[in-house]
Design a protein around this ligand. Sequence first.
Ligand SMILES: Nc1nc2c([nH]c(=O)n2[C@H]2C[C@H](O)[C@@H](COP(=O)(O)OP(=O)(O)OP(=O)(O)O)O2)c(=O)[nH]1
Ligand SMILES: [Mg+2]
Length: 326
Amino acid sequence: MQAEAWISAESTSARLHVVAGVLRDTHGRVLIAQRPAGKHLAGMWEFPGGKCEDGELPIDALARELREELGVVVESARPLIAVPHDYPEQRILLDVWQVSAHSGIVLARESQPLAWAEIDDLARLPMPAADRPVITALRLPDRYLITPPLPPDETDTVVRGIERACRKGVRLIQLRLPGWPSDRLARVARSARNLCRDYGAQLLLNADWKLSAVLGLDGVHLPAAIAATLTQRPLPADRWVGVSCHDAAELAQAARIGADFVTLGPVFPTASHEGAATLGWEGFADLAATTALPIYALGGMEIDDVDAAQVSGAQGVAAIRALWDA
Ligand SMILES: Nc1nc2c([nH]c(=O)n2[C@H]2C[C@H](O)[C@@H](COP(=O)(O)OP(=O)(O)OP(=O)(O)O)O2)c(=O)[nH]1
Ligand SMILES: [Mg+2]
């Protein structure tokens, strides 16, 4: 009896490690393949890939699967996102890589239907549930600016800073101005929104999702304390909902309410949260592995930290100072 109980606990905890690759064409479209009839999730569109064999490194499994299924040789690839997902029949870790260079011409070596899809069209295609955070990760940039806590008479400074960031290529911005009266906040948010539209940048408002919706901003970023009071996402699917997280419980709550992405930190000490306990990259990676959502590393981040963050399971970095200062 005891041995049986042990075996079943073991088998429910083991995840099937699946690797998949995102290949792009010259227009930035991504390659998807249709799963064959008779297999798990038959008929759904997926990123080409398959199961990691025992003892095989994920990058080697990726190269093997893409050679077998598409006839291409992977020249270079980097991790995009690893999604733990529980299907009723199977628990998987969907480990998705961006293939930045490959050689050979893409062929359907297993006669599977192939298509090149625009990233913005992926959400409308029938794709497996585990791919939802992957699609989000493909739509999100690797840098996330949070505005510094400026006093309410500094409207021009806020707008100029956002424009400076947009010019430097920042495409995701959280407007966070604690203590601003709502009329001033609304005024600066409108100017920032128009500016962001010109640059194709997304503007999220900290905490106040109602004001975000009224002003037609791109979404909201919720402090953990507010996310804790919710049972579902406060904005529809066509708006962004981010959540600030610091531990596993907050990450789980963000997933429960259907957030799109999170920030997690502090990774390193920061002026804005002096004395707070820090995660370091190791602690960050351990926590990152518990969630399916795209994560921005936060706290003491420099622009140069994007690579380290991605190696530790992040989408990229969130920062005030490093992305605000010219
Ligand atoms: N390749 C891939 N698999 C995915 C994606 N999303 C998703 O949930 N899966 C699931 C479906 C399957 O349960 C599992 C992949 O297993 P598979 O049976 O297709 O693997 P494989 O290519 O090695 O197939 P096979 O040789 O065993 O026939 O991962 C995705 O985007 N790509
Ligand atoms: Mg496969």
